[in-house]
Design a protein around this ligand. Structure first.
Ligand SMILES: Cc1ncc(COP(=O)(O)O)c(C=O)c1O
Length: 409
């Protein structure tokens, strides 16, 4: 059996579900499969595909992404343009017209993209007043989250997660075989800094993911708390996917002062480019050099790079759209406060988390709204099961949402 031959090349591995062979001198020694010992000994006639899968991945529950627009449209029996999509914090204004123009005149789609995304990084350096050497671009901030973990975490290493927060940290940590230590946020969703400090001292985790503004509640981390955490011997990844809506300065330039800080940002929210997948990060020079080695060479597509550069050429548009969304957030917040069964939380972002009160069921509320063509986010996890999150859309979207919420009173 061919699998047996592969692992048989290294006799020491025949009985053990070992992932890497430590005998580097033996060049014929391949990474072993996760075959059970009986299969290796007994040479069974059939091998099931999942016997090749790494053990920790078999325990992983699948990530639950949102439904694509077309699928949603077919399921709801409505045209895509008739769906009010307030469930994924997308930017309904989309990118500036320069992006569509640039995509329409794309000259070399048959040539691989620049592995160093030089044009984009130069534009970002101007946009952020941080030199190009500190910046690396990715296929969305999501790719960078995974890339950082792949560079930092050995299987079994510990990472701190502060739920409720963006669930990709937990997901990617599990994919990378890390142990997740949860330090839940306080009732007002602020970080439990004393507990984070204790956990770092006792458990010696390698990194912590912090989000400001935090998804799903929109709260921000103040300098004092962040500095206390940066003082610890831990890598701090500060996710600023929504920073533009906060009115606060990005901390990208802090990476020059703090060797244990990474700051992540994205074009998905600010520039309305979620579908084209462009994110970026600011890294200390002592870290970024390893990410360059480990990243996929063509991680930012030609279309993605051109779109992001074109978006940055129209800062007035980006500013106008951001201001509209921030104004709309405040109007939406005031309106949600008047809904008798909702308790909205103040937000620095382009979404508002609401507790569903008065014995109303949050999941049913989400489903009732979906049947009326309005999508909002509900959570399956225990800690947020009584909450919904509403993304900020255009004024007309708010108006329709409010009419539907009134019908459900
Ligand atoms: C906190 C946070 N970080 C990162 C991302 C992902 O960003 P990107 O679209 O660039 O992958 C999201 C997306 O919703 C998010 O909420």
């Amino acid at each position: 059996m061919s699998v047996l031959k592969l692992s048989g090349a290294c006799p020491s591995m025949s009985r053990i579900n070992q992932e890497f062979c430590s005998h580097s001198r033996n060049r014929e020694c391949f990474a072993a499969s996760a075959l059970p010992a009986e299969q290796l000994d007994g040479a069974p006639s059939k091998v099931s595909g999942d016997s090749f899968i790494r053990l920790h991945l078999k325990k992983l529950s699948p990530y639950q992404p949102i439904l694509p627009f077309e699928v949603l449209s077919a399921r709801l029996g409505r045209k895509p343009e008739d769906i009010i999509k307030l469930d994924a914090n997308e930017n309904p204004y989309g990118p500036p017209p320069e992006v569509v123009e640039a995509l329409g005149t794309l000259k070399f789609p048959y040539i691989y993209p620049d592995p160093e995304s030089r044009r984009l990084r130069a534009a970002l350096a101007k946009d952020s007043v941080l030199e190009i050497d500190y910046i690396l671009a990715g296929c969305g901030a999501d790719e960078l989250i995974d890339l950082i973990m792949r560079c930092v975490l050995d299987p079994g290493d510990k990472i701190v997660d502060c739920p409720p927060t963006f669930t990709m940290y937990e997901f990617d940590a599990a994919v990378n075989g890390a142990v997740i230590i949860k330090v839940p946020r306080l009732a007002n969703f602020s970080l439990n800094v004393p507990d984070i400090i204790d956990v770092v001292k006792q458990e010696k985790p390698k990194c912590v993911f912090l989000t400001s503004p935090n998804n799903p509640d929109g709260s921000v981390i103040n300098d004092e708390d962040l500095l206390k955490i940066l003082d610890l011997p831990i890598l701090v990844v500060l996710d600023e996917a929504y920073i533009e809506f906060s009115g606060l300065r990005s901390r990208m330039d802090w990476v020059k002062k703090h060797e244990n800080l990474i700051v992540l940002r994205t074009f998905s929210k600010r520039a309305g480019l979620a579908g084209l997948r462009v994110g970026y990060g600011a890294f200390p020079l002592s870290i970024i050099k390893y990410l360059w080695r480990a990243k996929q060479p063509y991680n930012v597509s030609v279309a993605a790079e051109i779109s992001a550069c074109a978006a940055l050429k129209n800062p007035d548009y980006l500013e106008k759209v951001k201001n509209s969304l921030v104004l709309e957030r405040e109007r939406l917040f005031d309106l949600l406060k008047k809904v008798p069964y909702l308790k909205p939380f103040p937000s620095y972002s382009n979404f508002i988390l609401c507790e569903v009160t008065s014995d109303k069921d949050a999941k049913k509320l989400k489903e009732d709204l979906a049947n009326m063509g309005v999508m909002i986010r509900h959570y399956n996890n225990k800690e947020l099961s009584g909450y919904v999150r509403v993304s900020v859309g255009m004024s007309k979207h708010t108006d329709i949402l409010m009419k539907c919420l009134k019908l459900l009173e």
